[in-house]
Design a protein around this ligand. Structure first.
Ligand SMILES: C[S@@+](CC[C@H](N)C(=O)[O-])C[C@H]1O[C@@H](n2cnc3c(N)ncnc32)[C@H](O)[C@@H]1O
Length: 274
């Protein structure tokens, strides 16, 4: 059996077609109201200085940080860093298209070794990054280093051990839920570990909460999720291709007939650097 390789962690090893599919997924996810309401909720709670200097680590195509820069309460300059040159090129092009290039800068970089001096930003964001990185503790340490003392770190991600799609055969459905989480996320349970990691890096918990993303009847967010990530279950050798294909057809049928059900918990941590 091949080892599971989280596509976002190993994005630089993927072919062009697979990268294009991830770009589409990131952009479509950012238009999905079920999901964006959670991001808007924590973004609106960030107390920004005026002008603000904000960094998004693991920005992908820049979908999250573009919407942040467009928001009413933002005045200042934002930066996005991602390990993937293809994502960064896409991010620059989307930002140009939206005339945001004067307020938003993107660069290639590794979240484990950020190329910024210490205490450079008043807010640092990791939006669905921490579940994908090789070493979450090191990424948190880097985020704590580049934020000013008194500044804010926001960490938002899914708890993928809670990811579930309804399936008539419960045992098979449970196996598929677990395979999807293993194949797609290097650290599917990391959001449960964060409280134990904060002290070491001089971070204080300001607030934290959970939200469930749930789709019943119709599927949109979880449709794109299943179509993007189910192939990695087969690629990882976790389940047989025909089993994964039949699971996916059952999900598509359920969406057509209005009998679909899927859910996953997402958590937000707002942290202060002491
Ligand atoms: C699910 S995407 C989230 C993208 C973006 N934050 C958003 O919400 O649209 C995860 C991103 O983390 C990036 N990533 C994973 N490991 C990284 C690392 N070590 N350094 C920088 N970026 C990384 C991937 O390239 C990918 O763009």
């Amino acid at each position: 059996m091949m080892a599971a390789r989280d596509p976002h962690r190993f994005v630089n090893d993927l072919g062009d077609e697979a990268v294009e599919r991830l770009i589409s997924r990131l952009e479509s996810r950012a238009k999905d109201s079920v999901f964006t309401s959670l991001i808007d909720k924590y973004s609106s709670l960030l107390l920004l200085t005026d002008p603000a200097k904000v960094l998004e680590v693991g920005c992908g195509t820049g979908a999250m940080i573009r919407s942040f820069v467009r928001s009413k309460n933002f005045n200042g300059h934002a930066f996005g860093v991602d390990q993937s040159g293809s994502f960064i090129n896409a991010a620059k092009s989307f930002a140009r298209h939206e005339h945001l290039e004067n307020r938003l800068q993107f660069q290639i970089g590794d979240a484990h070794n950020l190329d910024f001096p210490s205490a450079s930003f008043d807010t640092v964001i990791a939006n669905t990054l921490i579940s994908h990185v090789s070493d979450p503790a090191r990424v948190l340490e880097e985020m704590a280093r580049v934020v000013w003392p008194g500044g804010t770190i926001a960490v938002f991600d899914g708890d993928y051990a809670s990811l579930t799609y309804a399936f008539p055969d419960h045992d098979f459905g449970r196996q598929m839920d677990s395979a999807l989480a293993t194949a797609s996320f290097n650290n599917p349970r990391v959001m449960r570990d964060l409280p134990r990691m904060l002290d070491t890096y001089g971070l204080q918990l300001v607030s934290a909460w959970g939200d469930a993303v749930v789709e019943i009847g119709e599927g949109s967010y979880f449709k794109s999720f299943a179509e993007t990530y189910a192939p990695y279950v087969t690629i990882s050798g976790l389940m047989a291709e025909n089993d994964v294909d039949s699971w996916l057809s059952t999900q598509r049928e359920a969406m057509k007939s209005g009998t679909f059900f899927a859910s996953c918990n997402y958590y937000t941590y707002l942290l202060r650097r002491v």
